[in-house]
Design a protein around this ligand. Structure first.
Ligand code: CAA
Length: 262
């Protein structure tokens, strides 16, 4: 395992190919300051480029996944600071460009940018004490990291509007009902369950897993017809891979597939 000041990276999983990335700024409930986001971005890119990692689990503490963007840091800024420099959120989109699967394991507060980080992950598991919400409206601003755009895609206009216009908090169960969270677990079991899920994904060819993720994501980024076209081409492209040949041969020969990743 390796660490920067506010991020811990631990190798885990049955085949030691799962990267557990933990936000670790307990004095501010993992508020997402520049330094934390810089370190998170560096850690994500390190894992993305290291072929010994297949799947990422992103978590915080039992008290807080992340209590949002750092309000004390933002309080000093003027329009010109955030508009002209436009680097305030410079590192935030790294997460949405990672091509390996990212599972969020959310315990405790995931407010504002914390909820938006979860919205950027591929699968969200929550502990039963998790609290989601977009409270930005109550501090005179709006969600700035995708909340107003991803919520309507995950749910519907009425639910997205209610969440963003009121700032009301959602429990883990509420978040499951509106479709952000796929499963809820007892707090203490959450990380273990997320790693079990990561192991199930990591059993597959990393090349094909990456292709699946790319194809599902195009459903959120394109029209249905464009997305179907992307899927068809990606499906066809799997026929150029050894792992597709191996997967189908292993099925016929009633044995486990041995992936080569090409
Ligand atoms: N920014 C900076 N510091 C924060 C913070 C944040 N978002 N959230 C918590 N902290 C700090 C607190 O200031 C406090 O520090 P001190 O001990 O130095 O005073 C410490 O973390 C512990 O917090 P609390 O004492 O408030 O803990 P609590 O258990 O009473 O309450 C909480 C927890 C409900 C999460 C509360 O801290 C809170 O409401 N935090 C802010 C949530 C929020 O509004 N987030 C949205 C931010 S805006 C945003 O994210 C914009 C965007 O889209 C990118």
């Amino acid at each position: 395992s390796s660490s920067s000041e506010m991020i811990t990276l631990t190798r885990t999983g049955a085949a030691e190919n799962v990267a557990l990335i933990t936000l670790n700024r307990p004095t501010a409930l993992n508020a997402l300051c520049r330094q934390l986001m810089q370190e998170l971005s560096e850690t994500l890119l390190k894992v993305e480029h290291d072929s010994t990692y297949n799947v990422i689990v992103l978590t915080g503490s039992e008290k807080a996944f992340a209590a949002g963007a750092d309000i004390k840091e933002m309080a000093k800024l003027e329009f010109a600071d955030v508009f002209q420099k436009d680097d305030f959120f410079a590192n935030w989109d790294t997460l949405s460009h990672i091509t390996k699967p990212v599972i969020a394991a959310v315990n405790g507060f995931a407010l504002g940018g914390g909820t938006e980080l979860a919205l950027m992950c591929d699968i969200v598991y929550a502990g039963e004490n998790a609290v989601f919400g977009q409270p930005e409206v109550s501090i005179g601003t709006i969600p700035g990291l995708g909340g107003t755009q991803r919520w309507p895609r995950f749910t519907n206009k009425s639910i997205a509007m209610e969440i963003c216009l009121t700032g009301d908090r959602l429990s883990a169960q509420d978040a499951k009902e509106v479709g952000l969270v796929s499963k809820v677990f007892p707090t203490q079991q959450l990380i273990a369950e997320a790693v079990i899920l990561a192991d199930r994904i990591a059993k597959n060819s990393p090349l094909i897993v990456k292709t699946v993720k790319k194809s599902v994501n195009s459903a959120y980024e394109t029209s249905l017809n464009q997305g179907l076209e992307v899927e068809k081409h990606l499906f066809q492209s799997t026929f150029a891979t050894n792992d597709r040949r191996e997967g189908m041969a292993a099925f016929s020969e009633k044995r486990a597939a041995k992936w080569s990743g090409n």
